[in-house]
Design a protein around this ligand. Sequence first.
Ligand code: SF4
Length: 236
Amino acid sequence: MTALQEERTTDDLRALAERAGRELEDATALEILQWAAKTFGDRFCVTSSMEDAVVAHLASRALPGVDVVFLDTGYHFPETIGTRDAVEAVMDVNVITLTPRRTVAEQDAEYGPRLHERDPDLCCALRKVKPLEEGLKGYQAWATGLRRDESETRANTPVVGWDEKRGKVKISPIAKWSQEDVQTYVTEHGVLTNPLLTDGYASVGCAPCTRRVLEGEDARAGRWAGRSKTECGLHG
Ligand code: SF4
C-alpha cells in the first residue's frame, strides 16, 4: 500500500468514486479494473458468488493475484463450492472465503430451523451482510458482477459508485454488459462457470432460496421466488 492510499479519508474516497463514475462510464470493463488496480492496489478486492468467474478473470488481468472474496453461507450448492475450488486452483487470484459467525446448526439451535423460510432478511443479514461487512474492512474498494440488465433494481448501477453503508468505493465493471456479452467473454477466455447455469438456473444463490427460471423470466426471478424479496442486502 502506498502512502497516498493510506492517507485517504472517507471524503476523499467518496469524491474519487463520484468522479470516476462519470469519467469511466464509457470505459471498457478491463479499463475500469485497471484504474481500480492502479488507484487502490492491494486495498481492492473482487467479491464473487461463484456463479461465474468473469469479473475475477478480468480483475486478475488488471491485478494478478487479486483478492477474490467468496461468502460461504453454509447453504451453497455443491456446484458452487466446486466452482470456488476450481477458480482457486487455476486462476491467478487469491480466494478468500468468509464464513458467518454461526454454523447452520448453531443458527438452527438459536433461531429455529429454516430461518430462510421464516425470515430471509434476518438469515441474509446473519449469513451474508454481516460477514461481508467484516471481511471488507481492510479494503477501500470492492468490485462486483452487478449488471443493469439483470433486474429493475439494478438498472441504474454505476460502473463506479459510492457504497455509503460501508464507506467504500464500489466498482461494477460489467454493469453495462448483457448476458450475451458475458457469454462471449466466457467463450473467448475459457472462463470457469457454475455448472448450474447449464441446468436451468440463470442466477445462483443459496440452495434453499434459488430455483430454475422459466422461459421469459428475468435472470433473478429464481431467487427468493414467490416472495417480495429480490436482493440479499449486500447491494442495498
Ligand atoms: S439466500 Fe436464503 S439461505 Fe442464503 S443467507 Fe439469504 S435467506 Fe439465508
